[in-house]
Design a binder for this molecule. Structure first.
Ligand code: NAD
Ligand code: LMR
Length: 328
């Protein structure tokens, strides 16, 4: 007997990430090849025609797992009974902007949507914020949800998986090892150039990646800036922000959260105080996922260099949190 369909709400469905995301969700890449899905698309009134076009294309794929779909400009309708919400809809940055510059333009969206999710979605809904600045937008949405009280604020995540995947590719190229062999990478902090991609615990077929790299200058002057500024490099090259790789990271994040992962994964989650990060700040942590839940991996040694990097990215996030207090 086939499973009960899961309801997946996607905001910004008519945008470029939406276009790279929806077909993969409908084909079972996010929730499993035996899991039917109902897509609930949210976008602005002026984007409803474009949403219709995307739905026509979804129809034309005849996906066996696609059990239904709707498009709406009403958050209450889009989030109704949702099991998973992917909050993509927001303005992307252009050349010369930092993601934090989007705070005022995009922050307000997440008070409205955090509340609407808490009032309408399933109580155990899983929420992933992709729209930038994604950590602080998730912080805003979780605060709005906390006020309503129905859903679990710990389930409002920001997406650090793109940084994690970018770091994996750079490390694979540097060491000459397969991406698939690299385990136990962590990206701490904010989805911004201050993120700290940390391969001190990372192994490849049992070998220490730190020892394989053995190049502190490369780490500091090449690796961290390349990963941290990759989003801007893509905007310069494409004239548009990353879309397919962002959609891919969102699928990775939700798939591991729902279906579990035997590997460490980086997730932007509201801090429970781990590693001295203030409670509620949405921070990239190493996590393990099991039985539909996630746990922050505890007890990792933080050396002086790492603490300095973590403090820097935390400072940016606490400044962003202070700047949005009036919205909460
Ligand atoms: P886009 O401009 O192509 O699409 C955005 C869509 O969101 C549009 O269809 C727009 O109408 C819609 N939208 C705007 N406000 C909305 C609202 N209040 N409710 C519902 N829909 C709304 O942009 P994109 O390239 O798809 O990027 C979307 C966001 O994702 C941007 O903020 C971008 O910076 C961010 N992003 C994040 C990551 C990450 O790693 N976290 C990676 C890439 C892009
Ligand atoms: C990215 O990292 O590619 C996205 O966050 C888009 C951006 O503004 O950099």
């Amino acid at each position: 007997m086939s499973k009960t369909p899961m309801r997946v709400a996607v905001t910004g469905a008519a945008g470029q990430i939406g276009y790279a995301l929806l077909f993969r969700i409908a084909s079972g890449e996010m929730l499993g090849k035996d899991q039917p899905v109902i897509l609930q698309l949210l976008d602005l009134p002026q984007a409803q025609n474009a949403c219709k076009g995307v739905m026509m294309e979804l129809e034309d794929c005849a996906f066996p797992l696609l059990a239904g779909m709707i498009a709406t400009d009403d958050p209450a309708v889009a989030f109704k009974d949702a099991d998973v919400c992917l909050l993509v809809g927001a303005r992307p940055r252009g050349p010369g902007m930092e993601r934090a510059d989007l705070l005022t333009a995009n922050g307000a969206i997440f008070t409205v949507q955090g509340k609407a999710i808490a009032e309408n979605a399933k109580e155990d809904v899983k929420v992933l914020v992709v729209g930038n600045p994604c950590n602080t937008n998730a912080y805003i949405a979780a605060a709005a949800a906390k006020k309503v009280g129905r859903t679990n604020p710990a389930n409002y995540h920001g997406m650090l998986r793109l940084d994690h995947n970018r770091a994996l590719s750079q490390l694979a190229a540097k060491t000459g090892r397969d991406v698939a062999s690299l385990k136990q990478l962590v990206v701490w902090g904010n989805h911004s150039p201050t993120m700290y991609a940390d391969y001190r615990f990372c192994t490849s077929n049992g070998d220490s990646v730190k020892e394989l790299v053995n190049d502190a200058v490369w780490n500091n002057d090449v690796f961290l800036p390349t990963v941290g500024k990759r989003g801007a490099a893509i905007i310069t090259a494409r004239g548009l922000s990353s879309a397919a790789s962002a959609a891919n990271a969102a699928i990775d994040h939700v798939r591991d959260w729902v279906l579990g992962s035997s590997e460490w994964v980086t997730m932007g989650v509201p801090s429970d105080g781990s590693y001295g990060i203030p409670e509620g700040i949405v921070f990239g942590f190493p996590c393990e996922c099991k039985d539909g839940g996630f746990k922050i991996i505890q007890g990792l040694d933080i050396d002086a260099y790492s603490q300095e990097k973590i403090n820097l990215t935390l400072k940016e996030l606490t400044d962003e949190a202070a700047a949005v207090q009036h919205m909460l």
